[in-house]
Ligand binder design. Structure first.
Ligand code: FAD
Length: 341
């Protein structure tokens, strides 16, 4: 069989990292990325890009931990390399603070991040409204640079990228042997997935170079995440809202909440507002499916629905999607050699 042609639909962090894992693990394949938007116009460009996992209720914890660990290990290696600055990856230390002691004092990811420990009384003095806290070091992706770095790696590996809106996955069956669906919230329309819903998030990006440590309120709603050039202030979680327009009242509310955690932010300059729709689901859809029409078959691998935690687990889910693509290639090669007999 000639090199199997694989189309990855979607160019957010999930599509690009999945395409890269396919190139790395299935070198005999020819990979193309098709997407109606590329960076800087994807949800992934809006994300804060912090590696603090969100919990998917429908997925066993050991699987989520594995995805997080693979992602952390991958990005940690980049953060220790000369590529770190171009890829926008850096280590960041800080605090997650709680108004009362949480039920789960040791989250499942506590031994993946670095130096996880309860905050000392002296550290907690910085947060007079909070009674308990956890200190740790994790990684942060500055999202647009990381997406551009992934695109650059793909181009260097010979992957073609085309601007194209796909109305139906079946339309690709004449041109490609395998299709990988990484369309994020776009899968709601593309494959009619009613279990997928948007959770709108609004964030501010500000110039406040003196803020070096992250601060996250334990409920995850208010956060201050310093990046290489700008600090992300969040946020909101509005289920089933499809609006991409920034709301000025929400901007003020986010700013006030963040200033109550870090008063010096009152001096922040150059406030930019961004909105994105988290592609949310009880569990990430990471599975094989075979579409079939009139006896013709098209193997599809789905990898979407990463909700609030796509950056935290992207490499782990991309590796699993690439493994599923490998299974599809093996099945195609098996059927083509049977056909020759
Ligand atoms: P997207 O980035 O939306 O990419 C989907 C791609 O598919 C796009 O390129 C789109 O153009 C393309 N597409 C869609 N439909 C079609 C079609 N029919 N034809 C062709 N192309 C199509 N996660 C973290 O881990 N840490 C964080 O700190 C964090 N912060 C966040 C803050 C906010 C405000 C938001 C909104 C999200 C945050 N997230 C965070 C979540 C993270 O952004 C998402 O989980 C992740 O970006 C999802 O990536 P994706 O590639 O699936 O989706």
């Amino acid at each position: 069989m000639a090199a199997p042609k694989v189309a990855v639909v979607g160019a957010g962090v999930i599509g690009l990292s999945t395409a890269l894992c396919i190139v790395e693990t299935c070198p005999s394949s020819s990979v193309t990325v098709l997407s109606d938007q590329f960076s800087p116009n994807t949800t992934s460009d809006v994300a804060a890009g912090m590696l603090i996992p969100h919990t998917y209720p429908g997925i066993p914890i050991h699987v989520q931990k594995q995805w997080f660990k693979e992602t952390f290990t991958y990005l940690f290696a980049i953060s220790n390399s000369a590529e770190a600055s171009e890829a926008g990856i850096h280590l960041v230390s800080g605090w997650q603070v709680f108004k009362s002691t949480p039920k789960e004092e040791l989250p499942f990811w506590s031994d993946v991040v670095l130096g996880f420990r309860p905050m000392s009384k002296a550290e907690l003095q910085k947060f007079p409204q909070h009674r308990f806290g956890q200190a740790f070091t994790t990684l942060k992706c500055d999202c647009p640079p990381y997406l551009l770095w992934l695109e650059k790696r793909l181009k260097a590996a010979g992957v073609q990228m085309y601007n194209r809106k796909v109305a139906d996955l079946w339309e690709l069956h004449r041109e490609y042997d395998i299709v990988v669906n990484c369309t994020g919230i776009g899968a709601h329309q593309l494959v009619g997935d009613k279990k997928l819903f948007p959770v709108r998030g609004q964030v501010l990006q500000v110039h406040a170079p003196w803020v070096k440590n992250f601060i996250r309120d334990g409920d995850g709603l208010t956060y201050i995440y310093p990046g290489i050039h700008r600090v992300t202030l969040g946020g909101t979680r509005e289920k089933e809202s499809w609006s991409l327009s920034p709301d000025p009242g929400t901007t003020k509310d986010i700013f006030d909440r963040c200033c109550s955690l870090e008063a010096s932010l009152q001096e922040a300059q150059d406030i930019k507002v961004k909105v994105g729709l988290r592609p949310s689901r009880q569990c990430v859809r990471l599975q094989r499916e075979v579409l079939s029409q009139g006896g013709v078959k098209l193997p599809v691998v789905h990898n979407y629905g990463h909700g609030a935690g796509g950056f935290s687990v992207h490499r782990g889910t991309a590796k699993e999607a690439a493994r599923l693509v490998g299974e599809c290639i093996a099945a195609l090669q098996g059927s083509s050699s049977r056909a020759k007999l």
